[in-house]
Design a protein around this ligand. Structure first.
Ligand SMILES: Nc1nc2[nH]cnc2c(=O)[nH]1
Ligand SMILES: [Zn+2]
Length: 430
């Protein structure tokens, strides 16, 4: 099936942190999509002349962007968004972990997976690196829900063997056998990919990190994700638990877990050595600005990451974060860099890149992240309801870039009118 989409569209096929003019915009643009793949892109008049028989879907009056890519979000935390006012370790004990224990019940986990997937798609997120659950049945339920809805999900069993609560602990042996079974069942099936996921070094012994490394070695192509350097108290505890490690990163590095397919969430308090190793390994820091603010974790040192050459993408970190919208994460990143002495001034091109193409790079998914011919048509149509302030800005914007800035400043999931993955409509606003 072929469709010619007519829209004001923007995308960032190049990295604006390293390329001038990275923001590409077409005020009256056309995207020819065939079988879910973008075949041609340009001015609408040119495309309609070249493909006069293609049925046109008219999306004028809003903005069409590549689907958002969330590189850090927790499946079992959708129902506990909003536990404000606690630092990380207290928030885990009081808000997150009691809810995560409920995921032992697969029927409960299925409901959570539905709420979670709906939250992602409704915010315009089409690909997500998801911290799964400590329970294999819940991870299965989420893979099933993602397959049903079309979401591109990269996820896995979260493993820990200390300092959480008993129900959430496993053993290195079980972490390995359950992880292996899930990889064999799901990795590379449809749009699903597996991510080996020790929760963080605070809750993971060397034995369980070694079990994770065995899974990575034996299954090339699976992704790796964990947390790092989020909170100063957490970092102190990790230092005490790993007296032989040079720093937090080294706890993962020594196990052989750091490489091109590794995504480390937060990294608010890194050392120069850690940044150097992350850059050399070409792994990614998932920046989660709303979470860093809500949990008081600190200001992400974006300048130091960029100067060291570390790739950075964006994560919502629901439920430490405050919701699924990567528009909000972009705005909060912008605010925090504005407030941080020596922060990086972030323009709309940076924000769009962080919310889209940067995530595709992080996950090594060249088929998504922008509107290049040959890429999948994963897209979000922002079309504010008539009479809203964003609608007023869109109607009066002097350029697509101005409208994009306003979308980050004031856009919400309520402005997400329609979302496509591989050309299929996966969310339509009521
Ligand atoms: N923000 C955040 N940090 C973590 N570190 C370990 N677990 C978590 C979590 O669930 N959320
Ligand atoms: Zn997290």
């Amino acid at each position: 099936m072929t469709t010619l989409y007519r829209a004001t569209f923007l995308h960032t096929p190049e990295n604006p942190f390293t390329h001038a003019e990275a923001l590409r915009a077409e005020a009256d643009g056309g995207l020819l999509v065939e079988g879910g793949v973008i075949r041609a892109r340009g001015a609408f008049t040119d495309l309609s002349a070249a493909y006069p028989d293609a049925p046109v879907t008219d999306l004028r009056g809003g903005l069409l962007l590549p689907g958002f890519i969330d590189t850090h979000v927790h499946l079992p935390q959708v129902r506990v968004i909003g536990g404000l006012g606690l630092p990380l370790l207290d928030w885990l004990d009081q808000c997150a972990l009691p809810e995560e224990a409920r995921m032992a019940d697969v029927a409960y986990a299925r409901g959570v997976a539905r709420d979670f997937t709906r939250g992602l798609l409704g915010a315009g997120t089409t690909t997500a690196l998801v911290f799964g659950s400590h329970f294999a049945g819940a991870v299965d339920a989420f893979f099933e829900e993602a397959a049903k809805t079309g979401l591109r999900a990269v996820t896995g069993l979260v493993v820990s063997d200390r300092l959480l609560r008993g129900e959430l602990h496993t053993t290195p042996e079980r972490a390995y056998t359950e992880g292996k079974a899930l990889i064999e069942r799901w990795h590379g099936v449809g749009r699903a990919l597996y991510a080996v996921t020790p929760r963080f070094s605070l809750s993971a012994s060397e034995g369980i990190l070694d079990a994770c490394a065995a899974l990575m070695r034996e299954h090339p192509g699976v992704r790796f994700t964990s947390h790092i350097n989020e909170n100063t108290r957490e970092i102190e505890v990790v230092r005490e638990l790993f007296p032989g490690a040079r720093d937090y990163l080294d706890t993962y590095e020594r196990a052989g877990l750091i490489g091109r397919h590794s995504v480390l969430a937060h990294n608010v308090h890194p050392s120069d050595r850690e940044l150097g190793v992350m850059a050399a390994a070409r792994c990614t820091a998932a920046h989660c600005p709303c979470s860093n603010s809500a949990l008081g974790s600190g200001f992400f040192p974006l300048r130091r990451h960029l100067d060291a050459g570390v790739h950075v993408a964006l994560g919502s970190d629901v439920g430490g974060g405050t919701g699924f919208s990567l528009l909000k994460e972009g705005l909060q990143a912008h605010f925090m860099q504005n407030l941080l002495p020596g922060g990086v001034p972030l323009n709309p091109a940076h924000l769009l890149y962080l919310a889209t193409k940067a995530g595709a790079e992080a996950l090594d998914l060249p088929e998504v992240g922008a509107f290049e011919p040959g890429q999948q048509f994963d897209a979000v149509h922002l079309a504010p309801a008539p009479g809203t302030p964003l609608d007023a800005v869109f109607r009066n914007a002097t350029s697509p870039e101005r409208a994009l800035a306003a979308a980050f400043a004031t856009g919400t999931p309520g402005d997400v009118a329609r979302v496509w993955i591989a050309g299929d409509a996966v969310h339509t606003r009521d």
